[in-house]
Design a protein around this ligand. Structure first.
Ligand code: GLN
Length: 547
């Protein structure tokens, strides 16, 4: 079933979740790519949701949309950012998706009268999808991260599929366990026992890890590497030190000090194409950490604030990273401050926002905090503070402009107010049926669409291009019936769909405001460390000039 000569690295977690399997996988992908191999990264999510689109970002983190329109886990964002390339829908799978295809085939008599079972039918479907991902990418190596922790009930079939692949292609498949070594406060010493047990648990599936990435507070010493080697039958030089570090972007560099790229290619019997070249990556890591550059204070006005800072940064992960990349590129140090939109509703927005150099309203849904966001936008517009609106943030920019400049009293989006006298943002024609029939999963306007950019605008100045392609995730749009009126009131639609029907970017003329711009798409999904997004860069430059 596997393609000849294609190599697979399976990444499996031990001891507990949240130890950084996604980043470890991304870093391995980058290292192998830096040696001249073509790599795709695959995420396996064992949950029964068919995709990540229906999950609340405060619980599950941001929904990351691929070019294909598939709504995925935030790990896919890290993969694309580390590899600096687009991945396909084939590179993401959930148990829900897999069972859905198996059941659909069964309903269509696709199993020729057989009893359909988890093994072999579901397992075969998994193997087919591993193969489809490799074929789609035409890559040399697939790094496949299996979500969850070894011993979970839900991911067992995926581990079993990987075992079968290893059995069929012993030289082409590697297993890497990312495990955790606690340092109990009372003892102050790094303990290996939980990891030893996790390896045994994996052994019970018939799988022996070839590498162990030892996540811990501190670097793992030679004595403990040896202990794990003996207890778990893993070569000591295959136990890789992975201490807590300042930035996730240090991880590949840290792995390189244990020569991980070479170790992996040796273990896969691949002749190294070239020495690992991380020059561009190192330059970026250095730039992102600079402290001798001016600070630019950015206020992010949003609503997913109820569960505290920890969850918050996950809900807006790509936005935060996009700001960082453009900060590194423009030699400023952006600091991000979270403003709860609900808090702005009651009080005086100016008092809260006066110390910031730029304001962002990111994507969102629903009513919560919406008037607070509109207040923040009004403040930015009337005080010449650079403003960048992402999706909902663009729709709200238009609503604020309609209400306060075009004097369309009570202007609103029909997402919130179906009775508004001026529905300047309205449900897309193509979405009406989905909503009426309760078809909410995977049915928004999703994925990459082209747009044309008007010359002489802020958007054109940033992109330096007249045609772009960006990723979307929305059901509502700027109501075509109001476009002329808004233009007459001075708003510029600097980006539209190629046929001119859908408004993709709204901005104020440069003469009137240094940077007042919103996008119907999500530019943050395409921002990369080695390819910062031009609109985030333009926004940060405007914010820095503000100081
Ligand atoms: N709620 C808005 C819509 O559906 C915006 C969506 C978003 O910000 N992703 O159009």
């Amino acid at each position: 079933m596997a393609r000849d000569g294609h190599k697979y690295i399976f990444v499996i977690g031990g001891v507990m979740s949240g130890v950084g399997k996604g980043i470890a996988s991304s870093a391995m992908g980058l290292l192998l790519q830096s040696k001249g191999f073509s790599v795709n990264l695959v995420k396996v999510d064992p949950y029964l949701n068919v995709d990540a689109g229906t999950m609340n970002p405060t619980e599950h983190g941001e929904v990351f949309v691929l070019n294909s329109g598939l709504e995925t886990d935030q790990d896919m964002g890290n993969y694309e950012r580390f590899l600096n390339r687009d991945l396909g829908g084939e590179d993401y799978m959930t148990s829900g998706m897999i069972y859905q295809s198996v059941i659909a085939r069964e309903r269509a008599l696709g199993y020729g009268g057989k009893c359909v079972e988890a093994i072999p039918h579901v397992r075969n479907e998994i193997l087919d999808r591993f193969d489809a991902a490799a074929t789609f990418n035409g890559s040399d190596i697939s790094v496949i991260e299996i979500g969850g922790t070894v011993g979970d009930f839900q991911n067992a079939l995926f581990i079993d599929a990987a075992r079968v692949l290893k059995m069929q292609h012993p030289d082409d498949v590697l297993f890497v366990m990312v495990s955790y070594l606690p340092v109990p406060g009372s003892i102050g010493e790094m303990k290996t026992k939980p990891t030893q047990n996790a390896v045994r648990q994996l052994n019970a599936y018939g799988v022996q890890p070839d590498f162990l990435i030892a996540r811990s507070k501190h670097p793992i010493d030679a004595k403990r590497k040896e202990k794990i080697a003996i207890a778990c039958s893993i070569r000591a030089d295959h136990v890789i030190s992975a201490p807590d570090i300042e930035s996730i972007y240090d991880v590949p560099l840290n792995f390189e000090s244990d020569k991980l790229a070479e170790q992996l290619t040796d273990a896969l019997k691949l002749s190294s194409k070239k020495p690992t070249d991380l020059a561009a990556w190192k330059k970026f890591v250095k730039a992102v950490k600079r402290t001798d550059v001016p600070e630019v204070k950015i206020a992010v006005v949003g609503k997913y604030f109820d569960t505290g800072d920890f969850v918050l940064s996950d809900a807006y992960l790509s936005v935060i990273e996009a700001i960082k990349f453009s900060g590194a590129a423009t030699r400023v140090k952006p600091s991000i401050h979270w403003i709860n939109a609900k808090d702005l509703e009651k009080g005086n927005a100016a008092a809260v926002l006066k110390d910031y150099d730029g304001i962002i309203v990111p994507g969102g849904f629903g009513e919560s905090g919406i008037e607070g966001k509109i207040k923040a936008i009004e403040y930015a517009r009337t005080h010449q503070v650079p403003y960048f609106g992402l999706c909902y943030g663009m729709q709200l920019l238009v609503i604020e402009y309609a209400r306060n400049v075009a004097k369309l009293k009570g202007a609103h989006t029909t997402e919130i107010d179906t009775e508004t006298p001026h529905p300047v943002v309205a449900v897309m024609e193509s979405q009406k049926e989905n909503i009426a029939q309760g078809k909410f999963g995977g049915s928004m306007r999703l994925g990459s669409y082209p747009a044309k950019i008007v010359k002489g605008t802020i958007a054109h100045g940033a992109y330096k291009a007249s045609e772009i392609s960006e990723r979307h995730r929305h059901r509502y749009e700027i109501n075509p019936k109001y476009v002329e009126q808004l233009k007459e009131a001075g708003l510029v639609f600097s980006g539209t769909s190629p046929d001119g029907v859908l408004m993709e970017i709204a901005e104020m003329p440069k003469k009137e405001h240094p940077f007042m711009l919103g996008t119907q798409f999500h530019p943050e999904l395409k921002a990369r460390p080695l390819a910062p997004h031009p609109l985030f860069t333009a926004f940060l430059k405007a914010a820095a000039a503000q100081k």
